[in-house]
Design a protein. Structure first.
Length: 383
């Protein structure tokens, strides 16, 4: 059996040409942490992390790498459980009397879960390469095109609505049949006008999602939903303030016919479970690269399927398409960026990437996640 011999991190950041905004925060660069796991018999697995601060996450990955050295590289469940178990109190945990680190600090939980996720994804890559199979085949899936949409419309301060309308129309011209617009940064009236401009530019037969980044309380969100309903909106994504819970989403779902999407900011299946079970969310967007990894995303997908909810994982189509392929009953699709200028890291990280064509991701037959890292690119842009 292959044993884990070495775990390394490669934090990458590329400044954007200009600052972009979501309703919540400014984006000044495109970034990823690439986790590299090497086995004693020469297999290399890679897992991306989208999180911050990069330095803190890399430190956690390094600490965890020491703890899992020598474990079986294909035993991803055992590795996951060992690391996740460190996040809670346990007998003998005080002072590390049992030989493991003391329970990990609560304040570092997002960075800890991101670190676990990157390691877990790299181990799934190793599982596929060890078996000589793509990950989707490890999961029993067949190769089939996976639907993908293009995200854009990030705010540029002072830009007119036409800028966003033209941008998303260009995605449609490139072959995408669904596009997603960042919203929530202005008043209800301003945002409705902006959404209308995009709808008119892309046409009536293109699906239009709204990515809201948690801008509204319940009352304002109901007002916004009713204002944009005539524009045929496919979903409202993360529509409510970060502190509002499944009960609030239930009220929103009852007040609008637009489906709700949620899940990318959740850290584990346990909180996602409550959103799914509430019946309020129809699309689950758990992101393996932000928290907990591919193993946890697989568990979330199983929960979603049992409740008749669709999975539409956030970002990293080269990774999440394998997951969607394994759930033909509930696998709706994955997210892509329509413009390489918005995400130059994803555009340059891979020497060989999955093919995105005609609004679908076309997986290949290569083992693991089927991508080849451009290590020269990594070295040039390592933070």
């Amino acid at each position: 059996m292959s044993k884990i011999a070495e775990v390394n991190t490669h934090p990458i950041a590329i400044p954007l040409a200009y600052t972009l905004w979501t309703a919540h925060e400014a984006l000044k660069d495109s970034s990823v942490i690439l986790v590299e796991v090497r086995t004693d018999d020469g297999i290399v697995g890679c897992g991306p992390i989208h999180g911050s601060p990069q330095k803190a996450i890399c430190e956690w990955v390094a600490r965890f790498g020491e703890l899992i050295r020598g474990m079986e590289a294909t035993a991803s469940v055992a590795v996951w459980e060992k690391l996740f178990g460190l996040t809670s109190p346990r007998p003998g945990g005080m002072g590390g009397r049992d030989g493991l680190p003391a329970p990990l600090p609560r304040g570092a939980r997002p960075q800890v879960m991101a670190a676990i996720g990157g390691i877990d994804i790299a181990l799934w890559d190793i599982r596929g390469k060890s078996a000589g199979l793509p990950v989707y085949r490890l999961l029993g899936a067949e190769k089939r095109p996976i639907f993908t949409y293009a995200t854009g419309g990030y705010y540029r301060l002072g830009a007119p609505d036409k800028v966003y309308a033209d941008e998303l129309a260009s995605f449609v011209a490139a072959g995408f049949r669904a596009v997603k617009l960042k919203t929530g940064g202005g008043t209800v009236a301003e945002e409705t006008r902006r959404v209308r401009a995009v709808r008119e530019a892309i046409g009536a037969d293109i699906s239009l999602m709204l990515d809201m980044n948690a801008p509204y309380d319940l009352a304002d969100c109901i007002e916004f939903a009713r204002a944009v309903e005539p524009l045929d909106i496919f979903w409202l994504e993360e529509p409510l303030h970060w502190y509002l819970q499944p009960a609030d989403f239930v009220k929103l779902a009852g007040a609008t016919r637009i489906p709700l999407a949620h899940g990318e900011r959740e850290l584990t299946r346990f909180t996602v479970r409550d959103f799914i079970a509430s019946g309020a969310v129809r699309y689950v967007q758990f992101d393996a690269t932000r928290a907990a990894g591919f193993s946890e995303a697989l568990r979330v997908a199983q929960l979603a399927e049992q409740h008749g909810v669709m999975i539409a994982p956030h970002t990293a189509p080269e990774l999440h398409a394998h997951l969607v392929a394994a759930f033909p009953r509930c696998g709706w699709g994955v997210e892509s960026h329509g413009d390489a200028a918005r995400d130059p890291v994803s555009a340059g990280l891979y020497r060989e990437h999955v093919e995105v064509r005609d609004s679908h991701v076309h997986l290949n037959d290569k083992p693991g996640f089927g991508v080849e890292i451009d290590w020269n690119f990594v070295r040039r842009h390592c933070a």
